[in-house]
Design a protein around this ligand. Sequence first.
Ligand SMILES: Cc1cc2nc3c(=O)[nH]c(=O)nc-3n(C[C@H](O)[C@H](O)[C@H](O)COP(=O)(O)OP(=O)(O)OC[C@H]3O[C@@H](n4cnc5c(N)ncnc54)[C@H](O)[C@@H]3O)c2cc1C
Length: 304
Amino acid sequence: MEQLLDVGIIGGGPAGLSAALVLGRARRSVIVIDEGKPRNRVTHEIHGFLTRDRTKPADFRRIAREEISAYPTVRFVDDKAAAVTGNDGRFVITTTQGTVYNVRKLLFAVGKRDLPVEINGLTEVYGKSAFVCPYCDGWELRDRPLAIIAKGGGAHHVAKVLSGWSNQTVICSNGPDELTAEQREELMRHNVAIYDSPIQLIESTDGYVSRIKLEDGSAVDCTGIFFAPRLAAGSDLPDSLGCKMTETGTVVADGFGKTSVAGVYSAGDAATELYQAITAASLGSLAAVGINGELITEAWEKLG
Ligand SMILES: Cc1cc2nc3c(=O)[nH]c(=O)nc-3n(C[C@H](O)[C@H](O)[C@H](O)COP(=O)(O)OP(=O)(O)OC[C@H]3O[C@@H](n4cnc5c(N)ncnc54)[C@H](O)[C@@H]3O)c2cc1C
């Protein structure tokens, strides 16, 4: 019979690694399977993570793995989990390299993934001068001319939030702006100009944007962009195992990461729509506590 491990963690970003640390310290046998394709791999630094501000994403993972290696019951595998079957007490994970792991509990820390962006030139600047979250990258772009590529309530919200970092912000809605008259008036009062012509091209050099050319022949000079990519679940596995999902690809989980399927937990970007590394790490830690608590309760009940 194959070895039965306590926990299989799929995904080795801040969420999965944080869970692995807590579970390793709780003396649980853990396998962390990670394909190594985090959503923030386009960026050069993680910002706003206490004690790790401005750390390279790859360094963050390396340091985390080094710290966790102090706990001998945690193993790392660089591979992709291709299929998961089974039930609470024994889940079977099969990887693309054909390795099989049997685990009592499962944690999906698979993150989210960006769907392809359909704006000419945006891929080239993503992660260098185009970002998704003012709290993550607003400081680096402070006091600069910025363009928000968004429509409707989302554009209005980001413009308002960004006003804390720059007062030279415009909206490029890439087609009808979908703002209400009230939102449009409010933006105008705060000197946020709105350009609703479709975007022809984002001009840049080495990933650094200089201008957004619009189809009506006009252009917007800017040195930073914020936009909201469409997202999907980082993996189809939670859905395929029957976990309840939202329409936007988020696994539905309680405060300790417990999903609708017995024995299955989820944490990090996979299970929230607040995308910050420290939040993901925190959710990973909470899920580890939930999983360990469940394993302890089961062991106690078995003893009577
Ligand atoms: C451009 C950009 C900049 C950002 N900047 C910041 C910032 O400055 N500060 C900040 O706090 N946050 C930032 N974020 C957000 C932050 O990166 C995420 O919130 C955080 O990485 C989420 O951690 P996670 O562990 O949930 O997921 P991820 O870090 O995405 O890790 C998920 C892991 O699961 C793996 N995986 C998925 N499916 C499988 C499978 N089937 N088998 C094996 N492995 C699998 C993936 O390959 C990946 O390695 C940024 C995000 C983006 C997109």
